[in-house]
Design a binder for this molecule. Structure first.
Ligand code: SAH
Ligand code: SF4
Length: 400
């Protein structure tokens, strides 16, 4: 049994490890290449290493240590939800969304540019939905893939938002950097994804609060960028509003884009649905957000879960406009996804439309996030380590 995971070590740490074993520096480069570029699942796959060195690592308790996909459920919309098992048996969920969920739209990033470009029609053509002959040229020879992977940062969550199923789990433990980035590697391997050829976006929006596991989250970003090779401009981290985390994030040079779960237009409503507001209120959060040195074409995203009758009325939209005045922002409206034991209601479709229109008319780009994988409990706020039998789901594919 592997007790020491190699996946998750930075290049500097791998160099130190190899030096400690009396090995030359290039061995660290070879190992990093095997772990992060080839994404090997076993030490045996590190074919650039002599057998003796591999055996020495095994004898010292080292292994690759990728999380293992032990269960997978597929939605009618193509979304897949995985149960990932860590070395100690703890599990989290990770979601694969072909075509994304619109959450990466309109944020000025490369991902956003693609959303509105020819490729959109090209993909629809591939899916047989629409044949647009003007866009045949945009089709890659073997087709191409664009997908968003939603990853977890903790086993459970301590934040206790009243509308979220993950909150019901409480917090079991933080994930390590290797366990966070490892979810991505496991999913990329499952789909045979080639970085550089396929377009992959990452959202840190699964189980847990990334900013309450800050160091491991940031280290996972380093591994994903410098090791796996996914640009940070294709990553978005979502926080419920952990003030010290936002302040630390503002000082980072290598950082994903930020999404803040605003979810209410004033502190009274926000306290009811997100008790953490008592610790850090909306004004304090927005002040911290305004100190982030935004790059050109960078926006801060504000997520807003619409709860019927609670925060979805025109007066709330007006308050949001006042709050966000002067901040380079866009808003992602998320229609609340129901879950057992949670007493909220979904908003009326007409109210959603009015809310969006009011924000757009007020000058804020506002998108409605497409719910992905609701039928398999994979949508926002539905991740709680659902086991298939319990949810009456069909498990697809072989585990792993
Ligand atoms: N903990 C982080 C990231 C994970 S939650 C955060 O809270 O930001 C990702 C998003 O899903 C957040 O914006 C959250 O407000 C939203 N969310 C939680 N439960 C939801 C539900 N039941 N329906 C719709 N969105 C939900
Ligand atoms: Fe935690 Fe985010 Fe769910 Fe709140 S919404 S309980 S912060 S996972």
């Amino acid at each position: 049994m592997t007790s020491r995971a190699l996946f998750g070590l930075t290049k500097a740490e791998l160099t130190a490890l190899m030096a400690g074993l009396g090995q030359k520096g290039y061995r660290a480069v070879q190992l990093a290449d095997a772990l992060y570029k080839q994404r090997v699942g076993e030490l045996d796959g590190v074919t650039t290493f002599p057998v003796a060195l591999r055996e020495q690592l095994v004898a010292e308790g080292y292994g690759v240590g990728l999380p293992e996909i032990v269960q997978a459920a597929k939605s009618v919309d193509g979304t897949e939800r995985y149960l990932m098992r860590m070395a100690d048996g703890e599990t989290v969920e990770t979601v694969w969304m072909p075509d994304g969920d619109g959450g990466e739209r309109g944020d000025g990033s490369e991902a956003a540019a693609e959303e509105s470009g020819d490729e959109e029609s090209a993909e629809e053509a591939v899916a047989g939905k629409k044949i647009d002959t003007r866009n045949w040229g945009a089709l890659a020879p073997q087709g191409f893939r664009r997908a968003t992977i939603c990853i977890s940062s903790q086993v459970g969550c301590a934040v206790n938002c009243q509308f979220c199923l993950t909150a019901k789990l409480g917090i079991k433990r933080n994930l390590t950097a290797g366990e966070i980035a490892g979810q991505v590697a496991a999913v990329l391997n499952r789909h045979g994804i080639q970085i550089g050829k396929d377009r992959i976006n990452l959202v840190f929006m699964g189980m847990g609060e990334p900013f309450l596991n800050y160091d491991s989250f940031m280290k996972s970003v380093e591994i994903l960028v410098t090791g796996i090779g996914i640009s940070e401009s294709r990553m978005t981290v979502s926080t419920s509003g952990i003030l010290p985390g936002i302040e630390a994030y503002a000082k980072e040079t290598l950082r994903p884009k930020l999404a803040l779960s605003l979810n209410a237009s004033n502190d009274v409503v926000r306290e009811q649905i997100m008790p953490i507001t008592r610790k850090w209120n909306i004004a304090a959060l927005l002040e911290a957000v305004q100190k982030i040195p935004l790059k050109t074409r960078e926006w801060v995203t504000f997520e807003y879960v619409l709860l019927g009758g609670v925060n979805d009325q025109p007066e709330h939209a007006r308050e949001v406009l006042t709050l966000l005045a002067g901040i380079r922002s866009k808003v992602n409206l998320i229609v609340w996804n129901p879950g057992p034991g949670i007493e909220y209601h979904q908003p009326e479709p007409a109210d959603v439309v009015v809310f969006q229109k009011m924000l757009i008319d007020g000058g804020i780009p506002t998108y409605i996030r497409r719910p992905r994988g609701r039928d398999i409990y994979a949508a926002c706020g539905q991740l709680k380590r659902t086991v298939s039998e319990e949810a009456g789901l069909v498990t697809i594919g072989a585990p792993g």
